[in-house]
Design a binder for this molecule. Structure first.
Ligand SMILES: Cc1cc2nc3c(=O)[nH]c(=O)nc-3n(C[C@H](O)[C@H](O)[C@H](O)COP(=O)(O)OP(=O)(O)OC[C@H]3O[C@@H](n4cnc5c(N)ncnc54)[C@H](O)[C@@H]3O)c2cc1C
Length: 512
């Protein structure tokens, strides 16, 4: 396997995606007056945060964007960047949880999210490889054929264009398929940089390497704390993919890692379409030209963060790819995180457990290009006018039974289990001598449990293994050399620094 460019910036603390090449260069520095009170502070510079920030700035608000790393570092830098008219929560599931009207609003939001992206590309002349393609979903067995029928019928009900199709540009044998016109793809980081340029041109301010760890309210002023720094505003948006700290979202959103390869083929069989199977876990393929070269982007093999073996997920994905495609080399492999919402719909709006004026957007499943874009618009509208047609349906304060949404329940009854069981499952006999270079494990040394990682030079990096978010025990992710929490998905680098929230504090170092 060809190795990927290691000079490219690390994203999400893991393996960089091909989009990351656009993130090289010096960190952004923007003029900032610390005593200034902003109209809005947007915490997080992914697709959600920058869409909201640009929209608000264009409405005449003075907006500050803070990012713990830099814009594009989060999942928007590790996405596979499909723009769809359908979502992981099927319209049938949407209807069973939220009624016909709710399913229709969900379809409207997904479509409008796509329209927001298109409009911003046009308005700001963003060159980001945007291209419209046909989408295909195919079924490989009788059960999947039945599910596909449900998807087809419920999509038609909410006005999503879909038709049965016999020809699909895939080498995988299938029984039944649908074609979905009007899908699209783009380069997410080129797009984000277009938003960033427009935002700064409109007078917006960005600060990088600022991890917000608290927000409080006095009179009409919200204060965001980031270590020693404080920033003030009239409204705050947590566009951090998952709000930090222990909140109800820790229990309403389940974190998943998802895997992607960027593959060169020996032949020219790159599909000119977005293609999805219906396996569990699923696979998808599309093509993207990077640096003048065609790449097959193939992904899937998702699992709950901190569970299963990331290296094996990559291996299985590569095996699957080689089974169906004539692979010349695997140029990129990367992974990123998404959040499955308990009832299938995203949470967008006033944050229930925060002071009034603190908003959040989370729980997009694998559909954050459209849902992050519409969230940016919804939050901008709510802050500017107090109104949005999606205010109620996506309200984070909604209380919905989650019994119908089996995907969430199936894998998330385990948080309490991990909280207790992991404390007793630590390998008592493992010693530091047994730890090979480049590997990590929670071990017990002299009666003390430590998260130990041995680097290539033989040095041990020892940390307390207790996640600072909700005190679960972290697991080592060998593919990305990170410590991942199996409960709520917080991730740390080998020196304990927070890679991904909801944690806001790092793992304490032991002895070095
Ligand atoms: C492998 C994979 C493939 C995907 N493919 C698709 C797809 O094809 N189509 C689709 O629609 N969706 C897809 N998704 C989902 C989509 O990528 C995400 O939903 C979306 O990128 C989330 O964007 P965001 O702006 O909300 O969060 P992010 O992009 O994660 O941005 C959050 C930002 O907040 C910052 N931050 C976090 N905490 C703090 C803090 N405390 N203080 C300051 N800053 C903070 C981070 O540094 C980061 O820059 C995929 C997801 C994965 C994992």
């Amino acid at each position: 396997m060809e190795t990927q460019n290691t000079d490219k910036i690390q994203r999400d603390g893991g393996l960089p995606s091909p989009w990351q090449a656009e993130l090289t260069g010096p960190a952004l520095k923007t003029g900032f007056n610390n005593s200034q009170r902003f109209d809005v502070i947007v915490v997080g510079g992914g697709i959600t945060g920058l869409t909201a920030a640009l929209s608000l700035q264009q409405k005449g608000k003075q907006v500050l964007v803070l990012d713990a790393h830099r814009p594009g570092y989060g999942t928007t830098g590790g996405t596979s960047a499909h723009i769809n008219t359908f979502a992981d929560t099927t319209y049938q599931e949407a209807e069973s949880g939220f009624g016909e009207e709710g399913a229709q609003l969900f379809a409207d939001a997904v479509n409008e999210g796509h329209a927001v992206i298109k409009a911003l590309i046009d308005q700001h002349n963003i060159t980001c490889d945007y291209a419209e393609k046909n989408g295909y979903v195919y079924a490989e067995d009788e059960d999947q054929v039945k599910q596909l029928e449900d998807i087809y019928n419920s999509a038609l009900k909410v006005g999503v264009d879909m038709a049965y199709e016999t020809e699909v540009p895939t080498p995988v044998p299938f029984q039944q398929a649908v074609i979905i016109p009007g899908q699209a793809q783009f380069h997410p980081i080129k797009y984000l940089q277009g938003l960033l340029t427009a935002f700064e041109a409109a007078g917006g301010v960005v600060m990088e390497n600022v991890l917000a760890d608290d927000v409080s309210k006095e009179d009409e002023t919200l204060t965001v704390k980031a270590g020693e720094l404080t920033f003030t505003a009239g409204a705050v948006i947590y566009a951090t993919h998952i709000p930090p700290k222990i909140t109800s979202f820790s229990f309403r959103c389940a974190p998943y890692r998802s895997y992607v390869l960027g593959v060169k083929l020996k032949d020219a069989n790159y599909p000119d379409a977005l293609i999805y199977d219906m396996q569990e876990p699923y696979h998808y393929v599309r093509t993207h030209e990077i640096d003048g070269e065609q790449l097959l982007i193939i992904g899937g093999n998702d699992h709950k963060t901190g569970h299963d073996d990331p290296e094996k997920a990559f291996e299985d994905l590569e095996k699957y790819t080689r089974q169906y495609y004539n692979v010349s080399s695997v140029k990129y492999r990367w992974s990123a995180q998404y959040y499955i919402p308990a009832d299938g719909f995203p949470y967008i709006g006033q944050m229930p457990e925060a002071p009034e004026g603190v908003y959040c957007a989370t729980g997009y499943n694998g559909n954050g290009m459209m849902l992050g874009s519409i969230a940016g618009k919804i939050l901008s509208d709510l802050i500017a006018t107090g109104e949005s047609k999606y205010k109620e349906i996506f309200s984070p304060a909604r209380i919905k039974p989650i019994t119908g949404f089996t995907e969430f329940i199936k894998e998330n009854a385990d948080v309490a289990y991990h909280f207790v069981a992991d404390r007793f499952n630590i390998d008592e006999t493992e010693s530091l001598q047994g730890l090979a270079p480049g590997t990590g494990k929670v071990v017990e040394v002299d009666g003390e449990k430590i998260a130990a990682y041995r680097d290539e030079a033989g040095k041990i990096h020892a940390l307390t293994p207790v996640c600072t978010h909700a005190a679960c025990i972290v697991n080592f992710n060998d593919a990305e050399r990170s410590w991942d929490c199996p409960c709520h998905g917080a991730r740390y680098d080998i020196d304990g620094k927070v890679i991904t929230g909801p944690a806001t504090r790092g793992l304490a170092k032991i002895g070095n």
